[in-house]
Design a binder for this molecule. Structure first.
Ligand SMILES: [Zn+2]
Length: 154
């Protein structure tokens, strides 16, 4: 099933900023051209850092898949704000647009949960366990997602 849900422009912008920081503006242009998503990066104008709806989840997954293909996983790793330890890989969103203004007693950021799962499945063909271990809505400092080190047995 195609996922037409739109991602806030801020998410694309964060990806763009970290690609420029780590791989340079030329790499970013190459990536958008190769993935057919040039409309988000034309004439050197980056997408706005706000919650304007932009690419769909499918398009963003495709962008990540293309990034893995062009840059390899060593090139992509610094792009995602991740760190890893024995427990797995961690992704942190410090000003999370998904739970802003919500309060809950558990993590509520279902969108990034699904998104990272899809992106990884696209990139690796395997399903990785993902959970939200800290959520701003539940009183956390950041929204933090843990991705298991090994794929789930299929
Ligand atoms: Zn959140």
């Amino acid at each position: 099933m195609p996922n037409e849900q739109q991602v806030p422009s801020l998410v694309i912008r964060q990806v763009c900023d970290s690609i420029i920081d780590n791989l340079g503006a030329k790499s970013l242009r190459l990536l958008f051209a190769q993935s057919g998503l040039q409309r988000f990066y034309t004439g050197g104008d980056l997408p706005p850092a706000d919650d304007t709806p932009s690419a769909t989840v499918d398009e963003l997954s495709h962008l990540f898949a293309t990034a893995f293909r062009i840059f390899g996983d060593k090139g992509v790793k610094p792009i995602l704000p991740t760190y890893d330890n024995a427990e797995g890989f961690f992704v942190e969103i410090s000003s999370c647009p998904y739970c802003a203004g919500n309060q809950a007693d558990h993590g509520v950021c279902y969108f990034p949960l699904g998104f990272y799962g899809e992106a990884l499945r696209w990139a690796t063909g395997a399903t990785y366990p993902i959970d939200e271990v800290e959520c701003i809505a539940a009183g956390g400092q950041v929204c933090r997602f843990r991705i298991g080190r090994a794929p789930e047995p299929s």
